[in-house]
Design a protein around this ligand. Sequence first.
Ligand code: 8LH
Length: 484
Amino acid sequence: MSVSTAAGRMEAWSFPPRIDASYIPPNDQRYWHPVRETMPPDERDAAIAVRLREVMRHAYKSSAFYKKKWDDAGIDPESIRSLEDFERVPVVTKAELRASQAAHEPYGDYLCVPESEIHHIHGTSGTTGKPTAFAIGRNDWQTIGENHARILWGMGFRPGDTIFFGAIFSLYLGSWGAMSGAERMKARSFPFGAGAQGMTARAAQWLAMVKPAGFYGTPSYALRLAEVAREEGYDPRAFGLRTLFFSGEPGASIPSVRDRIENEFGARVIDTGTMAEMTPFMSAAGSAESHEGMLLWQDMVYHEVCDPATYARVPYGEQGTPVYTHLERTSQPMIRLLSNDLTHWVMEENPCGRTYPRLPKGVHGRIDDMFQIRGENVYPSEIDNVCNAIAGYGGEHRIHISRAQTMDELLVRAEYDATVAAGGDAAIAAFRRTLGDQLRKVLGVGANVEPVPPNTYERTDFKARRVVDDRDLYGQVYQSTHPH
Ligand code: 8LH
């Protein structure tokens, strides 16, 4: 089948996208766009190759950033004819975006639409350094709503369902982006938010009153919400939630964390999320039937999992770093944005029938967050998985990495729960032993374990930061005591 026929068969797939805002599938239809979602992957890939060229053409002619970048690399958008050709296109780093915005305030020289077309401004929530601004065009906001509606539909949401957004509404694109999909599919949105003092107790009160079908937030916050709800006398299972979907951090694809949340709320957990720059960031997402890990909805955003050194795609089954390309954004389109996260991908039959590749264990974490203990690579998410699976775990922990002489040392400080506390020293010692044994088994190296009382650590309304890396401190001390 020729590319144009394949592309022609894909419902309303063009660049720039043309959207029929009145379209909603019948309630019993599994797919929003049956052809796009279930077509043979090679036909989709052929159509994506055409689309990549169109997006590149748009970026090349409307942005000095991409023109210079590709001219310098000797890349002509017209020469990109296949997915293999596309791997020659240099990746874009977040540092380049920051530099572009510093030189061309506030949106950078990769805006690609007139400023008058900007519909939403968002930004990075980082508290250090200069923030990055996200400018989203009016048409793009509509496309984002359309894309997220498709994904929420795939998760099993339908018009009339109430979805509670328990995440910060301000700079953070997560809440706004997810809600745009709920609005598009005519669900009932409850933009409750998060982050203000006393808001979690009130969230429990409202959830008990409104009984929504869906909840959106971060996995860390859902666990905190369950704790606070119980303290306030609510049973989170009585909220009647059907599905909680999460983005922003690993958790929803960490088996023991997912199980913990599913047990707390008596509801299904679905993972989603790429990066704010990549909004529609839900283009990696689980579906109602394929709820483990995330499907890569390749016709919205083209996801590659690449070798972190060469940025060429790794074969299915292997590990690499996600590199993302917008296929439907005209404002600030990201073309090969490097995530610096780590994941592995597979191409298998999906229970939902969609023919997308999948990240069976979601996104494992940031490459920077990985550390080495006696030659073994260790991910914070593996430690999260062990802690959450241990009976008597109190809900929070911290991972300390330090350097004693020349070797890195790992110390896990983990809260025990009230039951362990009631059992006294013997129960605490048993908790320490079990956690130590499990960590050794899973990580392949020993870790020091220090049990700490319930509620030692602050909970978060947003993304958890559990790693305390003291090696820099060691480095500074080392350098000051070993002048060269
Ligand atoms: C994840 C996940 C996930 C994000 N599993 N790690 O929430 C989605 C968007 C809006 C977001 O959080 O964007 P932001 O603030 O730019 O952060 C992106 C990073 O967050 C990403 O590179 C990952 O390291 C992490 N992340 N969703 C695991 N489902």
